[in-house]
Design a protein around this ligand. Structure first.
Ligand code: FAD
Length: 321
């Protein structure tokens, strides 16, 4: 039976994040030919609605308010509940991002429904859809079915393919006025740290360093390699704890979860807590001077060697291409 699915789009600096398109892809599978309605929040975001149609949205509901310029749990919760009240959806899809992880339990509890979080793939469609998600820090996967109303899932970035882009595909846009009141927090401004320009959570290539990198200067070749490959730099907690890099780069159980096409781990031992954040990457290349290092158990390609020899060689070879 076809369903109405509401997706929460995510923006950063008034651009849509890729996970929004992936969430629409998941919603299409669940809707089985029904309607996919995208909720778009911000203070001046109408201009990006067309891109949502290109990726499969049938309708976009825009809530604009000065207090929605930056995410706050209270503000987004009020706006999303207003969309749910208007649409009465059969299912809801969020990205499993920092925002989605924060907001989805609040919305689920307000709607008194279940939540299947961190979905990495969907088998079947409509009522017979089964949701696959990692458990035990990625050591196993479970298959979940749900009879919650509405069905509510979050999808891990970079796992569910968005639909092929159909430029020119239109749909209807409507504005919903929501009175955002009684906020406990109002964010006036966000100052971001300078980054290499590629968002680590959505990067297609991640070059990560561990304690084996030995210093913040040791990370420089990793930055150069990441830049050459159009990717982002990540790190183990060991490297962050040693102050070689910022905690915003930490990947793992208590850091970011990444699923790039290519993950290069340099000087990382492969502790279970680190694997929890990267073992779903499509191709893993490990560089470690210890042939017994645990990281080689999950690597597709292993290079036993000193990263200070191997990384410059890789840079040289890539530059020569
Ligand atoms: P190490 O284990 O010290 O490994 C360094 C590696 O570098 C070694 O394998 C060594 O052979 C290699 N090496 C050294 N020199 C070179 C060289 N010149 N060339 C090549 N290789 C070299 N960790 C995370 O990463 N992310 C998390 O989110 C996380 N969460 C945690 C949560 C909890 C509750 C706990 C208890 C721990 C958590 N940890 C996490 C920590 C985790 O257990 C490990 O301590 C950490 O991942 C180790 O980091 P590392 O691999 O960089 O360092």
């Amino acid at each position: 039976m076809s369903k109405k699915v509401v997706v929460l789009a995510e923006t950063r600096d008034n651009s849509l994040r890729n996970v929004s398109f992936e969430a629409i892809g998941a919603a299409k599978t669940i809707s089985e030919g029904g309607e996919v309605v995208v909720a778009l929040f911000g203070s001046d975001v109408s201009a990006v609605a067309d891109e949502l149609f290109e990726y499969g949205a049938d309708r976009v509901v825009i809530v604009e308010h000065p207090h929605l310029k930056y995410y706050t749990a209270d503000g987004y919760n009020q706006a999303f509940l207003a969309v749910v009240e208007q649409e009465n959806p059969d299912a809801i899809v969020f990205g499993h991002t920092a925002l989605g992880k924060d907001l989805s339990p609040k919305v689920a509890s307000r709607l008194d429904t279940g939540l299947i979080s961190d979905v990495t793939s969907i088998e079947g469609s409509g009522d017979s859809a089964e949701f696959i998600r990692p458990i035990y820090s990625g050591k196993a996967f479970e298959r979940v079915v749900s009879d919650s109303k509405p069905l509510f899932i979050t999808v891990r970035p970079n796992n569910i393919a968005p639909l092929d882009q159909q430029v020119g595909k239109g749909g209807s846009t409507e504005k919903l006025t929501v009175d955002i009141t009684n906020l406990r927090t109002i964010v006036e401004n966000v100052v971001r740290k300078a980054t290499d320009g590629v968002d680590l959570s959505e990067a297609k290539v991640v070059v990560a360093g561990g304690r084996g990198v030995k210093s913040s200067e040791g990370f420089e070749p990793l930055h150069e390699l990441a830049k050459l490959l159009g990717g982002a730099v990540g790190a183990s907690r060991g490297a962050c704890d040693a102050d070689y890099c910022d905690y915003s780069l930490q990947i793992g159980q208590t850091g970011k979860v990444v699923t790039p096409d290519l993950y290069i781990a340099a000087g990382i031992s492969g502790a279970i807590q680190h694997l929890a954040g990267m073992s779903n990457s499509k191709i893993i290349v490990a560089i470690n001077k210890d042939p017994e290092a645990n990281i080689f158990k999950v690597a597709d390609y292993g290079i036993v060697g000193d990263l200070f020899d191997v990384v410059p060689l890789l840079i040289e070879e890539i530059k020569a291409l």
